[in-house]
Design a binder for this molecule. Structure first.
Ligand SMILES: Cc1cc2nc3c(=O)[nH]c(=O)nc-3n(C[C@H](O)[C@H](O)[C@H](O)COP(=O)(O)O)c2cc1C
Length: 252
């Protein structure tokens, strides 16, 4: 089985090399469309005015409206915060990195959340994926074939408050993990700006950014950033710099 998966991924990697992107190097920030910058700016302006209003209301309520899985390194006062980083990421045994404590995409997600001051939500399935890489590949392949929508643990309490949603995931079998589709099914993304990011081992973004655009026709889905998983795991300061450059380019 492992050989079969490696063959599939190797084919993606050869394709990537031929298109001159290379892997194992820190990702360079993608070029950013003016329309994407304008979309972000509009929502950031809204954030500023929301936070002014919130300051005025601060003494009236200190109830947190953060996502239920808000990470500890994100702001504790999320009142008025309109940015969410939602991501799927799996630790345990993985391709190229051995057995890891923290998933590759989670590393990138945490950089983004701390750079932009976002709340975070870790998309985790009720039934966990096998820790063994080959077994996980088998389950993921079957879910893809079945167009499964695995149930997610917990949820985002106040999705309405978020105007910008960073959506992160690894590439699995040339697509997103099916749980990311469950996440998209669970909320109304109308008028939100959705900014994808992903990790991979050779497939790049594998057409997932336009797939998200089709799946969420009422959202404004921007071009995202793809980072090789091993780079995120093993070259964390380079990755952080790439993320920073990308976010700067978007106007954060
Ligand atoms: C089930 C499974 C399928 C995968 N399929 C692909 C693939 O088609 N193309 C690719 O480039 N990488 C593939 N990978 C590698 C992951 O995209 C990569 O290791 C990613 O960084 C994992 O992120 P995570 O640690 O956040 O889950 C696959 C990994 C797994 C576990």
């Amino acid at each position: 089985m492992k050989n079969r998966v490696i063959t599939v991924i190797a084919a993606f990697m050869i394709g990537l090399t031929l298109t001159a992107c290379g892997s194992g190097e820190p990702a360079s920030a993608p070029s950013i469309a003016e329309t994407d910058k304008a979309a972000v700016q509009e929502k950031l302006n809204k954030r500023e005015s929301k936070s002014d209003e919130t300051q005025a209301d601060d003494n009236e309520s200190d109830e947190s409206t953060a996502a239920t899985h808000a990470e500890t390194d994100t702001p504790t006062d999320s009142d008025g915060n309109n940015i969410l980083v939602a991501y799927f990421s799996r630790a345990d045994e993985n391709y190229n990195v051995g057995t890891i404590d923290k998933g590759n995409t989670q590393i990138v997600a945490e950089f983004i959340a701390s750079e932009v001051g976002a709340d975070s939500f870790h998309i985790e399935t009720v039934t966990p994926y096998p820790a063994d890489y080959d077994d996980c590949c088998d389950v993921a392949k079957q879910e893809l074939a079945d167009k499964a929508r695995p149930e997610i643990q917990g949820g985002v309490e106040n999705m309405e408050q978020y105007d910008i949603v960073f959506l992160g995931y690894p590439i699995w079998w040339g697509d997103m993990p099916m749980a990311v589709y469950t996440f998209m099914d669970n909320y109304d993304f109308s008028d939100k700006v959705v900014i994808p990011f992903n990790t991979h081992e050779g497939s790049g973004e594998s057409g997932t950014y336009s797939a998200i655009g089709s799946y969420l026709p009422n959202a404004q889905v921007l071009d995202g950033m793809a980072i090789q998983g091993q780079t995120a795991q093993e070259f964390s300061s380079d990755t952080q710099q790439s993320v920073r450059d990308w976010l700067d380019g978007l106007g954060f």
